[in-house]
Design a protein. Structure first.
Length: 268
């Protein structure tokens, strides 16, 4: 595929909301010249409270239509929930390379010194068998404590709109992990939602010293760079932020979007 890719063909980075901007940040570092369409399914947010069937149908349908319209060279599902549920289906449907997002359990297992790892995600992510398999393969002999923290998604969305987040949200996320047997020994926390790195500073303050955080964004960026190696890039216009609903507050996001190099905004 590399020889037939148009230099102006974009990367399509897809998430339920603004969380995938944490992935875009790492992609920019490795591929600053790459044209990007950032697609946020704001009409479907939050994904974590939806059923597996709802998420699979919504993600595959949206990405099918977006791929047909924008002809990206690669699609990145920058959402742990969507990836753990719909990645296989999307790969079956689309004829472009697909890069998914998985909880960074493998590097966390290599990092931990106490052997106790915390994992923060959405309700839908933490219950997936995919996470069970990652734990069995990469964290055998270690303790993985999971906690659903949907409030962190809301906090990240608010932060990028310039709104203050309730400190109780971060305290509750910490308590959800610390209160479990062995939770006092957690020294590594997997941020298993792309929204969560956007509020990592607030989480770090709530956890206190001695806790390291890890997410999959750097690995995703390296994978995208590998799959597009040797391709030409030509950005012919400002990069585009695409939303599936207006929600009345897109203007509040414009300053944050501009910081990520997204100079145009549209509704899909």
């Amino acid at each position: 595929m590399t020889k037939s890719v148009k230099p102006s063909a974009p990367l399509l980075i897809f998430d339920s909301g603004v969380g995938g901007l944490s992935v875009l940040r790492e992609v920019r570092d490795l591929l600053p010249q790459a044209p990007v369409i950032y697609a946020a399914d704001t009409a479907g947010l939050p994904y974590g409270s939806k059923t597996e069937a709802q998420i699979a149908a919504r993600v595959s349908g949206l990405l099918g239509r977006m791929t047909e319209r924008f002809r990206p060279r690669l699609v990145c599902i920058a959402c742990n929930t969507a990836s753990t549920i719909a990645l296989g289906m999307v790969r079956d449907v689309l004829e472009v390379p697909i890069v998914g997002t998985v909880p960074a359990i493998k590097p966390a297992a290599a990092m931990t010194r106490t052997g106790v790892i915390g994992l923060l995600g959405t309700e839908a992510t933490i219950r997936q068998g995919y996470v069970d398999r990652l734990e069995a393969e990469f964290a055998a002999g270690k303790t993985l404590l999971r906690h659903a923290a949907p409030g962190l998604v809301t906090a990240a969305e608010a932060k990028l709109r310039g709104k203050p987040a309730d400190p109780r949200v971060f305290a509750e996320a910490v308590a959800g992990l610390r209160s479990q047997p062995g939770g006092d020994r957690i020294d590594t926390v997997v941020l298993a939602c792309t929204h969560f790195p956007l509020v990592q500073q607030e989480l770090a303050e709530a956890f206190g010293n001695g806790v390291a955080f890890i997410d999959g964004s750097q690995g995703i960026a390296r994978r995208i760079a590998y799959l597009t190696a040797g391709q030409e890039w030509n950005r012919t216009e400002d990069d585009l932020a695409l939303f599936t609903s207006d929600g009345g507050d897109i203007n509040a996001l414009r300053p944050a979007l501009a910081e990520y190099g997204l100079g145009r905004v549209a509704i899909f």
